[in-house]
Ligand binder design. Structure first.
Ligand code: AMP
Ligand code: MG
Length: 352
């Protein structure tokens, strides 16, 4: 059994920021400064690039961005036992839990994405993700084991009371997991904090979840590379972004292989098996929260239904690499995205 977890190490290349590899570009006085720093948060590499009028402005914007990511991690991470979401999960089947407006927003957006994707995106998937233990000790759960968990994925049993600002999981054993949307939301919020701190432009990248604002001092947009799903560290495509977010869900981020079959971390809520239609899905939207929620949901829907949904939504575009290696580009992106390489088709899938 081969185990891969690029989630922690190389996932910063899930989407490579093409322009800002240098740590600091100090320009002649009077012209803006570009700075970039990287730290580990939310279990992944977080890179923040800021354009400021001075070195100090750019640094302060970066500090504000990291501060915001750290603050949200304390609310949303299910790895932190005292986080708000952990408290909601611990109280499942017992009582509603009062949460912050931020946690409320992420859960509300999650339910909206669930509706848009006809349940393909499902934050109640937590117990099934644990059953697969894809990131810790990979194993293939039995059909009987998964069957028992199915009732816990019922989104009707997630009760959000906006007036009281509480969340209640009706069935004991339920667990919500915002791993499929929280990083995109954090990127949005970090950008807001950077702007407040005086940043005039920048990029927040939590691994493959990236939000940009403004443009570079030379007038160029921020150029972002999309990771090749089968060649680690290699860029498949490039796109220029301005005041937009891009988010990629890929079956290469966390997976293991057994008997030539790849088992990865994005599960189809209908089968509780890894979703099989795509190798990667990159979504571009105005806000990271939509880009991140939709990349996971569309990955589960597969290339056909997924692209149909993208074409129906305003301000949402996508690049989908299907299981056969074919690259599908949504109509609004055809003149914007530069595809650099081809992708090979997949070998074996499990028998249905
Ligand atoms: P992403 O990289 O944005 O696709 O998020 C992947 C993470 O989302 C996984 O590690 C799980 O924690 C979670 N997840 C897996 N399957 C689903 C699903 N069908 N709906 C929502 N979240 C999911
Ligand atoms: Mg996602």
């Amino acid at each position: 059994m081969k185990i891969h977890d690029v989630g922690l190490l190389a996932s910063s290349v899930a989407l490579l920021l093409v322009v800002s590899e240098s740590c600091a570009i100090l320009s002649p006085s009077g012209t803006p400064v570009v700075l970039k720093r990287t730290q580990m948060h939310m279990g992944t590499l977080v890179s923040i690039t800021a354009v400021g009028q001075t070195n100090r402005d750019a640094n302060e914007a970066i500090n504000a961005g990291f501060q915001e990511v750290k603050r949200l991690e304390q609310l949303l991470s299910t790895w932190i036992p005292e986080s708000e979401l952990s408290r909601v999960n611990i109280a499942a089947g017992r009582k509603p839990v009062l949460v912050s407006p931020e946690t409320m927003t992420v859960v509300q957006r999650s339910l909206q994405v669930a509706e848009m994707t006809e349940g393909a995106f499902n934050i109640a998937i937590g117990p099934a993700v644990d059953a697969w233990s894809v990131s810790a000790e990979p194993r293939i759960p039995t059909a009987a084991e998964l069957e028992v968990l199915k009732p816990l994925m019922d989104l009707h049993a997630v009760h959000v009371n906006v007036r009281e600002r509480t969340i209640y999981l009706e069935k004991s054993g339920m667990r919500i997991d915002v791993g499929g949307i929280g990083k995109g939301y954090a990127a949005d919020q970090a950008v807001m904090a950077m702007k407040k701190a005086g940043g005039v432009a920048g990029v927040v990248a939590l691994s493959g979840d990236i939000k940009t604002f403004g443009w570079l001092p030379d007038g160029n947009k921020f150029s972002v590379g999309i990771q090749h799903p089968r060649k680690e560290g290699v860029i498949l495509a490039e796109i220029d972004l301005q005041d937009e977010a891009i988010s990629t869900a890929g079956d290469y981020e966390r997976f293991f292989e057994k008997d030539g079959i790849r088992y990865h971390h994005i599960l189809d809520p209908n089968t509780l098996q890894p979703a099989r239609g795509c190798q990667s899905v990159s979504v571009i939207a105005k806000e990271g929260v939509w880009a991140d929620g939709l990349d996971t949901g569309i990955f589960v829907l597969g290339p056909g239904r997924g692209m149909e949904l993208v074409e129906q939504l305003d301000d949402v575009e996508a690049i989908i690499v299907d299981q056969a290696g074919q690259v599908h580009v949504s109509s609004g992106l055809r003149n914007r995205v530069r595809i650099l390489l081809e992708v090979e088709g997949e070998g074996r899938s499990p028998k249905p």
